[in-house]
Ligand binder design. Structure first.
Ligand code: SAH
Length: 206
């Protein structure tokens, strides 16, 4: 009801959110806050996104059950679980292997069989599986879209990504790839995502 009042109208998106148990994706001790509209810690300095942001990003992608979708930043796996209900196959990349291992167990537990996940640097995309009809980045890129992601987006495809501006503010941006080298874009809302970082995280990184 709250998401609906915040302008989320796509009934398929609302249904996917309703049927995905968020408490499974939050860390122990945070279960009682699972249904509050806020981001929560998932360990290693990372967060599970606020439900409203998950809803806005998912709705912006205009998903279809024929789409092949790429997500960068698996994190808890919550956004991935919702996307997987709305597309044919979801590919998801996380740079923190321990987080990915936990997310994979959750997919297994929920019986979500159309998700393929790897530990890696999502800024490089997933060349073997490209092109993707939709791409979603759930960590903030500095100033612009990583070029590999724009290249791996199918013509006609949509990409949603938080972009950090020079001022330090973040904005959620939707891109439509109109031709091989041309795209249109639209700013959707201000956001506060953790940064998109290069390379796979090493063991020492918090
Ligand atoms: N979609 C997640 C939100 C996770 S927060 C959820 O629903 O819970 C963002 C995640 O992006 C973090 O787990 C962080 O480790 C990851 N990340 C940051 N840069 C990355 C990169 N280059 N490649 C893959 N994952 C990255």
């Amino acid at each position: 009801m709250e998401l609906r009042s915040q302008g989320i109208k796509d009934t398929n998106v609302l249904k996917a959110i309703e049927t995905t148990p968020r408490e499974i994706f939050v860390s122990n001790g945070f279960e009682d806050q699972a249904y509050e509209n806020r981001a929560l810690s998932i360990g290693l300095g990372q967060t599970i996104s606020q439900p409203q942001i998950v809803a806005v990003m998912t709705q912006a992608l205009q998903l279809h059950d024929r789409h092949k979708v790429l997500e960068i930043g698996t994190g808890s796996g919550y956004q991935a679980a919702i996307l997987s209900c709305l597309c044919r196959r979801l590919y998801t990349i996380e740079r923190h292997k321990p987080l990915l291992d936990i997310a994979e167990r959750r997919f297994e537990h929920l019986g979500l069989r159309n998700i393929t996940s790897i530990a890696g640097d999502g800024m490089q995309g997933w060349i073997e599986q490209a092109p993707f009809e939709r791409i979603i980045v759930t960590a903030a890129a500095k100033y612009s879209v990583p070029p590999a992601l724009m290249e791996q987006l199918a013509v006609g495809g949509l990409l949603v990504i938080p972009i950090e501006r020079a001022s330090g503010e973040q904005v959620l941006r939707l891109y439509k790839k109109e031709g091989d080298k041309t795209y249109a874009m639209k700013d959707l809302m201000p956001t506060r995502f953790v940064p998109l970082l290069p390379d796979v995280a090493n063991m020492m990184e918090a």
